[in-house]
Design a protein around this ligand. Sequence first.
Ligand code: GLU
Length: 416
Amino acid sequence: MIINPYESAKKKIDIAAELINLHPNTLEYLKKTERSLVVSIPIIMDDGSFEIFEGFRVHHSTLLGPGKGGVRYSPNVTLDEMKALALLMTFKTALLGLPLGGSKGGIRVDTKKLSEKELENLTRRYTMEIINMIGPDRDVAAPDMYTDSRIMAWMMDTYSMQKGRTIPGVVTGKPIEIGGSIGRTEAPGTGMIYLLEHLCQKLNYNLKKMKVVIQGFGKVGSVVAKQLCNNSCNIIAISEEEGGIYSPDGLDIDALIKWKQQGNLLKDYVDKNANPITNDELLSTECDVLIPAAIENQIYSRNADKIDCKIILEGANSPTTSQADKILEEKEVIVVPDILANSGGVCVSYFEYIQDIHSYFWKLDRVNREMKTILVDTFEEVFKFSKKTDSSLRTAAYAISANRLAKAHELRGLFP
Ligand code: GLU
């Protein structure tokens, strides 16, 4: 089933707009994208052949400040996916009250097929192609799927070389040695743990006794798994693109991390208490907390009724469709929505951005303490609004952001 990510994102705004009676002009404005750039990125491959890749950078909104959003390298990248993810970033930064807008970029490429040199050349040429769209006061990039601190270093260097001086603030998620923030790589996962602990406390659940299922073992899934494991939680299933592994007695996450570092697939892990599991089976496994931390639209109309958990904590961007949301609401599953659940990433990106401006770098406990305060306060605001309006946490979160954006739009007025 093909789900258009941009249409799916706009539907979520429609639902929130109805709740708060958003003016139709504002709604129209929030559903549109400020600007989109599609570029061709030619590079010479290691074998001397010539290839052209397609790349994108989209500013959904710069109403509250410079655009902010990741760069994704994946074979499935499309303009509509970029627009959807940029829109999500606008609502994410507005929800946290950050002085930033929303953007996204990416290249349609399978990085597993590229050498290090090809990846570097691709990144540098992409940066050059979008150079007029980015900058510390225009649009600040960050890592996303299949991009990392190394790629951010190449982007920052290319931008700086063109401008004739070092400008660390053009990207966040950089290596710490060149202006990155401590705690940024783990931030989405760390933030998710803070929110889960807070929610469990609120609902009187004992997190240590909960059975957790995680889809995705990348930058978000593996950090969450490791931190939950350190908290002595029981992770009964975890997966990656090729499939996963299930054990009702709980998995040894440290051993699985080692297994992955040796270049193996999760589903091939040999343990007498564990069995391979497909991604479909994993999503319908009975558990207390389900963490989709892979890609978009994993929980949709056809599998939502099979979901068997109390809480969904969205580590991925947009893992649940609006149709699935309705089914989950009827089943009384609590969904902590992406724009809140995984917002630790952009929160610490903001900290990195201001550390770069001040050239003054924080210690890890300050980063985590300040992130926790912002995330827990935002959760409380969303929780209260959802109770007051008898709406889901997602609708409440979108409504709070939409109100903030509408107010800014009204105060700024329309040019000319
Ligand atoms: N790619 C991340 C996200 O989707 C981080 C964005 C950022 O830090 O700018 O939230």
